[in-house]
Design a protein around this ligand. Structure first.
Ligand code: SF4
Length: 326
């Protein structure tokens, strides 16, 4: 299982659970790292916002985004972060025999606040079930990271594996403007450079399939990621359109071309060989609640999509890094 519809949990690592060896998947990475223990991410909503939502850089957020589409309902409806975590861990233990946890501040921009406030929030979350928490993951954007915030996150790195997840989304400023990102690719590079020699594990999130970007342009994302040795993880996402987003409203009026599962898999089979071989792929595609998804609806649940992609990778003999010439 991965992201639970109306649940709290992301179990790590569908990617290599199937035994596929064509790419470095998060499942095997975690199993190796934590000696076979079952590690689950438990999502916590700290009640943050984003600078392109609250007016400091814009309104409305990124045009493809509806935060609810990737925030489990119980986290949305439970303001107390300790309660969110206790309930999420309990559910993971009872339902999925979880051994250990990664506390995951996911919705919105989880470094978008003064450092003293961030510390208070992080400390509170990490005080829950301390002995079973092995990791701490924080999702953010490049313009909300600075040396002081990195130092705060690094202060947890002697007790936990700390994963800083940063949205790159696209490397093209024209795209970033069109999607109301409020942040340029230059700002992404600046943030990544701040993380050189950091104790944090940097994970970069990308979106493939903006209709005005060509396949060659998307291949450019991989070459850009490869340049930075501090990038340890990637999360790949196909563009999907969700209810409650600006893009969703536009799509309903004027639908545009989105990936079919076959097309997206074909793209992945071209991108994975280009990717630096040491990078671990946390995710190959995105998923949202059925009731929020407008398109593309591939008619399959998450494990079926994963299985389709994995089989195709295996059938084609795709090997991560085989076309990397860094
Ligand atoms: S994609 Fe991230 S930065 Fe953009 S509006 Fe959504 S939560 Fe905020």
């Amino acid at each position: 299982m991965s992201l639970q519809k109306n649940g709290y949990l992301c179990q790590m690592g569908t990617a290599l659970d199937s035994g596929i060896k064509g790419y470095n998947g998060y499942g095997i990475h975690l199993r190796d790292k934590y000696h076979g223990q079952r590690v689950f991410k438990v999502i916590v909503d700290g009640g943050f916002t984003c600078p392109n939502r609250d007016g400091s850089k814009g309104y409305g957020g990124c045009t493809y985004c509806n935060v609810d589409s990737f925030t489990p309902e119980p986290s949305r409806s439970t303001p107390n972060i300790k309660e969110q975590l206790r309930a999420g861990m309990e559910r993971a233990k009872n339902g999925y025999r979880a051994d250990k946890f990664i506390v995951y501040f996911q919705p919105n921009t989880n470094t978008y606040a003064p450092v003293h406030y961030l510390k208070m929030m992080y400390d509170e979350a990490l005080s829950v079930n301390n002995e079973d928490v092995v990791g701490f993951a924080v999702g953010t954007r490049p313009d909300c990271i600075d040396a002081e915030k990195i130092a705060l996150l690094e202060s947890y790195a002697d007790r936990y594996d700390v994963d800083l997840e940063m949205g790159m989304e696209s490397i093209y400023d024209e795209t970033l403007e069109k999607i109301n990102r409020g942040c340029s690719h230059g700002e992404f590079i600046k943030a990544v450079e701040l993380l050189k020699d950091s104790k944090l594990d940097l994970c970069v999130h990308t979106i493939f399939g903006f209709p005005w970007e060509t396949r060659e342009m998307m291949k450019g994302y991989i070459h850009e990621i490869n340049r930075f040795t501090q990038i340890k993880f990637v999360k790949f996402h196909h563009l999907h359109i969700v209810e409650g987003s600006i893009m969703g409203a536009k799509y309903k009026k004027n639908p545009f071309k989105l990936f079919t599962l076959e097309e997206y898999t074909d793209l992945l089979c071209e991108l994975i060989p280009l990717l630096r071989p040491d990078i671990v792929i946390q995710r190959l595609f995105g998923i949202s609640d059925w009731e929020l998804l407008i398109a593309p609806n591939w008619g399959l649940n998450k494990s079926a999509i994963q299985s389709y992609i994995d089989k195709e990778i295996e059938r084609r003999g795709v090997v991560q890094g085989s076309a990397y010439n860094g």
